[in-house]
Design a protein around this ligand. Structure first.
Ligand code: GAP
Length: 647
């Protein structure tokens, strides 16, 4: 990763934000090559998800929206990470990201101090504290860290935890410091004596600070949304920077439905900035505080509706042609995915088939832009990992160099994208909070319902009713009201009404960029004629994502005929792709510079182009990045040759 981070800076892919002011943690800027790479990725996603399909439309919503949206979505109340803090360094960590540590724990029951004001008076601090000393560390560390801790407690005027006052201090006026003058930073040092030392062994504990070894404070939730204020009035209206792009799609669902002539099933997609005040931004751009998402909300009919219309919901096996008997269980971890080329969405697909379809589509997208299947992992969240509203979630992981390794030493991968089956949770929440109906009317359902026998109607109504009731009671709606609403919802089926369910493939642009750079990074060692070896870096980007598609290089810059011809070639290609014109330095150095930028093709204009060998007039040398091979191509064919190779 160090090499990649340094290459990113050296070649202008990614810079630290505000670097001249010392940087700002969790924020990154994209330089000239990074900006092109990012644009390509977003364009490819947009094309794949929207332009190449009939059933998905786009949206571009604002970053700041009504705070009510974040109440309804649950972000205000629950979008929090459990955070722990080191009481010595004040560094904060995500509780789930503390690596297990082993070693000896030095525990103290408290400490006593001597102040410069009253050297003869020692006072106790009745606060137990412990420090982990890892293998290879000196035991003195424990005392140093513990003294620092008690000093801080004393300096902060917190001498006794309310709950654990030593009996000897009963009745002492603690508010005034128990008679001990308060030490302030800048005063002469305090003398601290540690009390009640004991030592024990600990294995795989996540209770201690990874840096100081101090026992961490109790975990507490930390909401990740950035707050801001709207308008000049006092008190100003509080709002949030959006922590995901998805909620705007739900909030605008009805407007899009009514204006786009789409019918369920269809999707709404959006690309844009999201902001999360991550407790511990880390791994370069992988976990940032400002990042971009590419999200699709694909709205589908609830299974009861599919069943009413089609008579039966296709099992995954039926939907994708996997033999039903002896085949793997549908929609479970490890089920082989259908190949996107064979996928042909059908009206009888229920949520399981749609979910699998989108997992397969998304993996195919990543493969199509150069991430080999072997670098990707399809991780099915376990039931205990699922969000309460999710029926199934597949995380698509990429094996980043910083990913953890399993017992066999294999990289386990980190999340690039989540594909979640979210039921009707989001639209239902916005319906309840906004008071605006989020359901749809489906003529096909209304017509089909009339033809069902009574038993079927009752069965489907009951299933729909029970699902709605479960949701409403889980969200705290009072029982009688929940019963009434669930009944109304179920009665709606007969009138062709329902709230759509949703499948959500949600990807991060920045993580994908990092994955593409990690995947493209390679080093080549070459020996020249004089036997000198040199190792240089090459970024083997797929031509579809490469920031520069083709470099146009006149052999010599001081030959006006060569320069003129090269500029003609550049201008011929420029309207169609990102072209880089370079006439500086030896041709070998120019090729090497392009290899490092990840440019797949270099076109050289030489004397043969000008007609030195008449049969080669108006041809150029096409040089391929990955194997360095070269061939002659006619300028007239260049565009037709390049276009299919970069798209
Ligand atoms: N609407 C669902 C949602 O936002 P998520 O798993 O929280 O789901 C989706 O985020 C994707 O956004 C992730 O898979 C990841 O690629 C990207 N992402 C999330 N937090 C990020 C962060 N702090 N930095 C960079 N990318 C992030």
């Amino acid at each position: 990763m160090e090499k990649i981070v340094s290459l990113c800076k050296r070649r202008g892919f990614i810079f630290q934000s505000s670097e001249i002011y010392g940087g700002i943690n969790g924020f990154w800027d994209y330089g000239p090559l990074g900006a092109e790479l990012k644009r390509n990725i977003k364009d490819l996603w947009w094309s794949d998800m929207i332009r190449q399909r009939d059933d998905v439309v786009g949206l571009e919503a604002t970053i700041i929206m009504s705070p009510q949206i974040w109440k309804a979505s649950g972000h205000v109340d629950t979008f929090a990470d459990l955070m722990v803090e080191c009481p010595v360094t004040n560094k904060r960590y995500r509780a789930d990201q503390i690596e297990p540590q082993s070693g000896k724990v030095y525990s103290f029951t408290g400490a006593q101090w001597k102040t410069h004001h009253a050297p003869e008076s020692w006072g106790p601090i009745g606060q137990p504290f412990s420090v982990l000393v890892r293998k290879g560390e000196h035991s003195e560390k424990a005392k140093k860290v513990a003294k620092e801790y008690y000093l801080r407690r004393f300096a902060a005027g917190v001498r006794y935890p309310d709950e654990s006052l030593p009996p000897a201090l009963a009745g002492v006026d603690l508010a005034s410091g128990g008679g001990v003058p308060v030490w302030k930073p800048g005063d002469p040092p305090l003398e601290i004596e540690l009390l009640g030392e004991s030592i024990s062994d600990v294995a795989d504990s996540t209770l201690f600070s990874p840096d100081s070894g101090a026992r961490l404070n109790k975990p507490r939730p930390f909401n990740l949304m950035f707050k801001t204020f709207i308008g000049a009035s006092e008190p100003a209206e509080e709002a949030y920077l959006r922590p995901e792009t998805a909620q705007a799609i739900f909030a605008q669902f009805k407007n899009v439905l009514e204006t786009s002539r789409q019918k369920i099933p269809f999707g709404i997609a959006q690309v844009g900035k999201a902001f999360r005040n991550e407790v511990t931004p880390r791994n370069f751009t992988f976990r940032s505080r400002e990042f971009e998402q590419m999200e699709l909300e694909f709205f589908i009919k609830p299974d009861e509706v599919v069943e009413a219309i089609c008579g039966k919901v296709a099992s995954v096996a039926e939907a994708f042609g996997v033999p039903p008997s002896g085949g793997p269980e549908p929609a479970k971890a490890g089920t082989p995915n259908p190949q996107p080329s064979t996928l042909n969405p059908q009206p009888n697909w229920g949520w399981e088939a749609w979910h699998k379809y989108w997992v397969a589509e998304r993996i195919a997208f990543y493969e199509g832009i150069g991430l080999p299947r072997t670098t990707l992992v399809e991780y099915w969240q376990k039931p205990e990992e699922l969000a309460h509203y999710a029926r199934a979630t597949v995380d698509i992981l990429y094996k980043f160099p910083f990913s953890k390794r399993d017992e066999k030493g294999e990289l386990t991968g980190e999340e690039l994208e989540g594909v979640a089956a979210r039921g009707d949770f989001d639209l239902s929440q916005h319906e309840r909070f906004s008071g605006k109906p989020m359901g749809v009317f489906d003529e096909e359902l209304r017509a089909a319902w009339g033809k069902l026998d009574e038993a079927k109607k009752a069965g489907l109504s009951k299933r729909y009713h029970d699902a709605r009731l479960k949701y409403l009671t889980k969200m705290g709606v009072e029982q009688a009201k929940a019963e009434k609403e669930a009944k109304e919802d179920a009665d709606g089926l007969a009138k062709g009404q329902y709230i759509p369910h949703v499948i959500e493939p949600s990807a991060g642009v920045d993580r994908l960029i990092l994955a593409l750079i990690c995947n493209a990074y390679s080093e080549v060692t070459e020996t020249d004629d004089k036997g000198k070896t040199e190792t240089r870096v090459m970024l083997k980007f797929h031509p579809r994502v490469a920031p520069i598609k083709v470099a146009v290089l006149p052999l010599l810059k001081n030959k006006p005929e060569l320069v003129r011809k090269a500029q003609e070639v550049r201008d011929l290609l420029r309207p169609w792709m990102n072209v880089f014109y370079d006439d500086g330095g030896s041709i070998g150095r120019r090729y090497a510079r392009q290899d490092e930028a990840g440019t797949p093709f270099c076109v050289t204009i030489d004397f043969d182009t000008l007609g030195e060998k008449p049969e080669l007039k108006d041809t150029v040398t096409m040089r391929y990045r990955d194997d360095g091979k070269q061939e002659r191509l006619a300028i007239g064919e260049l565009l037709n040759w390049l276009l299919p190779n970069i798209r």
